[in-house]
Design a protein around this ligand. Structure first.
Ligand code: AMP
Ligand code: GLY
Length: 418
């Protein structure tokens, strides 16, 4: 098969690495990819958001299957476009992608299908929103409705902060059109878990659980990021929680997808808070998580391309998906400054010293005069597998120490702090 993978982050590096293992794959093209992926496939120029350009490429190169990493092309309707042209692609159609594209829509969806989530209000009016926040206890959560690269969520500890947040989103338009509406939400406490599943429209098949650490600082302090590290399986995801998630979240989500006639043959990612009252949905994403994918795919024991084929032709129920017993830990090395303005162009050294049970997935890397340099906020994801979580964590951090670049920023409590 000839596969086209769209995206350029650590998630896509992990996808490329896993797909490349499959005997079904003859050729892999990655648009645009990054330097870490150059030995796995052919890197192709082009932006993930240039849907027409990608379509032309897929037709010219007779691509058998396209796999989309990031959300933006999905929300723009790449799946509709490719399927209309008879091309096979993994992902939800535009209608399904709204589950991530609009947080207001996803809250309404949860209400329609009685999926447990935080109490909330949606508003597009600054004055109205200022009144609504008065009904909420502190801390409260504000979310820009649209896509904001994981940065559109503000946790406000004081009313002053909440008022400022509303101004940022609705008036100053810090998030552009993503801030056409704001979702005001009750703050939930508990342990987070990411549940990512394959969906083919008829079956929803969850992958191994994982835990993402969203805040920049240790002890969950500071700004939200795209994710500073992950581990799998999540220890808080007990059999009991799993059973409740299945009944209370996964089944009604599938029912909603079907009732609303979404052509959903792709990935659904459900961010969940395990609260005292049970699991509650924080958000839907319509793609793999980054850096969840790094720890999930390193534990996957089934051919990923076989699974994708089954997702695409709606035969997921016939596939048994197997996971390795080993545990995985991924620690993100970020650029100084991230998630705000950050440095770029710092030389990266020491990758050749990493051990064999560790994979370093590239995110924001680039080449400068043939040297590997930092080129993004989240630069590398150091991912180790071992028989216990303790060992996997130690291994990941031992390898983190071997890698150097100026301003290397990371959390030391990944897979440690619950
Ligand atoms: P989201 O993009 O909606 O998942 O939000 C990003 C992160 O913000 C989540 O992973 C949580 O860590 C945090 N968060 C979002 N909503 C809430 C909430 N209602 N209560 C507590 N934390 C939240
Ligand atoms: N790690 C969270 C996300 O991919 O949205």
């Amino acid at each position: 098969m000839r596969i086209l993978l769209i995206g350029s982050g650590g998630r896509e590096h992990a996808l490329a690495w896993k797909m490349k293992e499959s005997p079904l794959v003859n050729e892999l093209f990655i648009a645009p990819g990054n330097p870490g992926m150059k030995d796995l496939g052919e890197l192709v120029d082009g932006s993930p958001e240039d849907l027409e350009g990608l379509l032309t490429f897929a037709k010219e190169r007779r691509i058998d299957l396209t796999v989309v990493g990031p959300e933006a092309p999905l929300v723009k309707g790449i799946v509709d476009l490719f399927r209309r042209e008879g091309l096979r692609i993994i992902g939800p159609d535009k209608k399904g992608a709204v589950l991530e594209g609009s947080k207001g829509f996803s809250k309404d969806f949860m209400e329609r299908y009685q999926i447990p989530t935080a109490k909330s209000h949606t508003s597009e009016d600054y004055r109205e929103a200022l009144q609504i926040i008065k009904e909420y206890r502190l801390p409260l959560v504000l979310k820009a409705d649209g896509l904001a690269a994981g940065k559109g969520v503000l946790i406000c500890e004081t009313m002053e902060e909440a008022r400022e947040g509303l101004k940022k989103i609705l008036k100053d338009r810090d998030f552009g059109h993503a801030g056409d509406q704001v979702v005001i939400e009750e703050f939930l406490t508990g342990v987070e878990t990411s549940v990512i599943a394959f969906v083919d429209g008829k079956t929803i098949a969850p992958m191994a659980s994982s835990r993402d650490y969203k805040r920049i600082g240790e002890g969950d302090q500071g700004l939200n990021t795209g994710g500073m590290g992950t581990y799998s399986p999540n220890e808080a995801y007990t059999k009991e929680v799993e059973a409740r998630v299945e009944e209370e979240i996964l089944k009604p989500t599938l029912k909603g997808i079907q009732k609303e006639n979404m052509d959903y043959r792709g990935i659904i990612f459900i961010g969940i808070m395990i609260t005292k009252e049970g699991p509650k949905v924080l958000e839907y994403n319509v793609r793999f998580g980054d850096p969840e994918t790094q720890v999930i795919l390193t534990r996957l024991d089934t051919d990923l391309v076989e699974i994708f084929k089954a997702v695409e032709n709606a035969s997921l129920k016939d596939i048994s998906i197997q996971w390795k017993e080993e545990k995985a830990v991924c620690v993100i090395l970020a650029s100084r400054g991230y998630p705000e303005a950050y440095e770029k162009g710092k030389i990266i050294e020491g990758l050749e010293r990493v051990d064999e049970q560790t994979l370093v997935f590239h995110g924001g890397t680039g080449l400068k005069e043939e040297k590997l340099v930092t080129n993004g906020g989240r630069v590398l994801g150091v991912t180790s597998l071992d028989e216990t979580l303790e060992k996997a964590r130690k291994r990941a951090y031992d390898n983190v120490d071997k890698i150097r670049f100026e301003g290397k920023t990371y959390r030391r409590d990944i897979a440690k702090m619950q």
